[in-house]
Design a protein around this ligand. Structure first.
Ligand code: N01
Length: 542
């Protein structure tokens, strides 16, 4: 007997940090809400990226949820920068604590979604076979969710094991006694290198471009610090809400050449010791604007690299030559440069000897074949639009999202795009440029408030005006040109994916601006969103 497809007010896609919060907010607001997740567990990015060494590089307590003081008080992060298993435990704890698990279905991948204008709702296909109807579809599919593997000849011929950092298997990968390759030296590769180096018989690191890596400076959170965090909750929230990028790191008040040469060196030493993104945020105010200031800091970091790495040729290769500090998203490391002092670790500079192909036994470069048991691809993601572009999303009159975005994403507030009524994507393109969960949480709050407004006014359809979309998207593109960080060499422009349009994928206008725009929109009855009534308002409350 054919069964009637389930119907929900709000269908959330993706059980990452954003999706879990969206499910919580939609349910608290009284919507019949449900969440589908392609992975076999919750956590999103923090479920898939379970490679050894994966951890936050934003402070744990600024990255977790802040909507519940009780949650904040009862969860004790063990480290300032938590490791992946702790993060996954935390997200499972949140799901259970707020009784969300019954409304989440894992192993359910959205393979298509189309808007039905006649009834003002979405027909969503799951796992190519099942149908779910939803009045509102919220894709919380994230920006770092689709792994990228370069099209290197012979990939299928390699007889050993291959794994991507962003699809790391749940069963531990054994490095002991193995000849391992890590391809890619972005944030994932450089976190993994020291761990593999300790266990593998031989590790070859294939680097195309060196990155400006600086120490993460992680530490356990002491009992006193735990206590202080609890006491400071309100101040922490206030600081995060008013800082441009959603971090606690204070801004500096001096430009580099306000200080003497001696004072600058002392300051650089201090920066080397500060945790995580402090090195970008609390640095001299002109670090990313002033070429000379940036060059001096880069030279300081280069000296540090030379002082750690004993082989001068390897050290030289590990020092970036093609970009300044902050032009790409900087990785933060623990023991990365030190790993190259081990006798079992070798660096291959792909600019000198590019990969020719994979053979059945290893990787062939211009210098010959390295025999391998395991190849690890740490080659990044189809950032920002990767997941949305793979779901065959069709809006009004069958318009494909991929056609609407053929020149790159066009959005309003990074939450909706014109021609796709009742479809939202918090935490997607044009969402954050800083501490992701903070911006993404703002967007979830906004989407929920918008849906509550629509419901209260008796509307069933919510759609952004194309003019407003164009204005916001132009603002994003202008802000990107003015932004001090993240040049076109960074994957934030889609540069790493062959054939992808070069369009800025973040929102570098800052969180305070986003929050003030949201306040203004709400004060104006959510103009410039357009609303319409629908005949059938009978969507399911579970
Ligand atoms: O990916 P990436 P990632 N041949 O794109 C190389 C977040 N994150 O997974 O620079 C050889 O940064 C590529 O080389 P190049 C964080 O936002 C956070 O490391 O293009 N190499 C590069 O070295 C981060 O920024 C944490 O020349 C090839 C690497 O692969 C984002 O995720 C931890 C190649 C890709 O680096 C992505 O990081 C981990 C080819 N054909 C990740 N193609 C935290 O700490 C690409 N590469 C929170």
């Amino acid at each position: 007997m054919p069964t009637t497809p389930p119907r929900y007010d709000v269908l959330v896609v993706g059980a990452g940090i954003t999706g879990i919060y969206q499910l919580y907010r939609a349910r608290e607001a009284g919507f019949g809400a449900y969440l589908v997740e392609s992975g076999e567990g919750v956590g999103g990015t923090w479920f898939w990226n379970r490679y050894p060494g994966a951890r936050f590089d934003s402070e744990s307590y600024t990255y977790g949820y802040l909507f519940s003081k009780e949650l904040f008080d009862e969860w004790e992060w063990r480290e300032h920068f938590a490791e992946q298993p702790d993060i996954e435990r935390y997200l499972n704890h949140v799901v259970d604590r707020f009784k969300l698990r019954d409304d989440i279905r894992c192993g359910a991948e959205v393979t298509a979604a189309s808007y039905d204008d006649a009834v003002g709702s979405w027909q969503v296909t799951v796992n190519d076979s099942e149908t779910i109807h939803a009045r509102f579809l919220v894709s919380a599919t994230g920006v770092l969710s689709v792994p990228f593997v370069p099209d290197v000849p012979g990939r299928d011929e390699f007889a050993g094991q291959q794994v991507h950092t962003a699809r790391w298997p749940a069963t531990p990968v054994d490095f002991a006694g193995k000849r391992v390759a890590i391809i890619g030296t972005g944030s994932s590769g450089v976190q993994l290198v020291p761990i593999v180096a300790e266990q593998a018989a031989a590790l070859t690191v294939y680097q195309r471009t060196a990155n400006w890596c600086t120490p993460l400076n992680n530490a356990p959170i002491t009992a006193d610090e735990q206590q202080r965090l609890r006491c400071d909750f309100d101040t922490i929230v206030e600081t995060l809400n008013t800082s441009p990028s959603g971090f606690l790191h204070p801004l500096h008040d001096r430009a580099a050449f306000d200080d003497s040469a001696e004072d600058r060196q002392r300051f650089y030493e201090r920066m080397w010791q500060v945790p995580g993104f402090g090195k970008l945020i609390s640095h001299y105010t002109d670090l990313t604007f002033n070429v000379e200031a940036n060059a001096e800091w880069c030279e300081f970091v280069a000296r540090k690299i030379r002082s750690i790495v004993r082989d001068p040729d390897t050290a030289a290769r590990l020092i970036p030559r093609d970009h300044r500090f902050g032009e790409k998203r900087p990785p933060f490391v623990t023991g990365y440069f030190e790993a190259f002092n081990r006798p079992n670790v070798r660096l291959v500079d792909l600019l000198e000897s590019p990969i020719v192909r994979l053979t059945s036994t290893g990787i062939e470069t211009a210098d010959g074949v390295a025999e391998l048991d395991l190849v690890i691809w740490a080659t990044g993601f189809d950032f920002g639009t990767g997941a949305l572009s793979r779901m065959d999303i069709r809006g009004r009159d069958g318009l494909a999202l991929n056609d609407h975005w053929s020149d790159g994403p066009r959005t309003y507030l990074g939450v909706q795009t014109a021609g796709f009524p009742n479809f939202f994507f918090p935490g997607g393109p044009h969402a954050a440029a800083g501490n992701n969960p903070r911006y993404n949480g703002d967007q979830v709050d906004f989407v929920t408030d918008l849906l509550v407004y629509a419901r209260d006014q008796g509307y069933g359809v919510v759609e952004i005006d194309p003019g407003a979309e164009a204005t916001w998207t132009n603002m994003i593109d202008r802000a990107a040109r003015k932004a001090p960080s993240f040049g076109e060499c960074s994957y934030y422009f889609g540069t790493n994916i062959p054939g992808k349009p070069r369009k800025y994928l973040l929102n570098s206008a800052g969180r305070p601006k986003l929050l003030s725009m949201i306040a203004e929109i709400k004060a104006n009855d959510f103009a410039p969103f357009q609303f319409a009534r629908v005949a059938d308002h009978g969507f399911a409350a579970r």
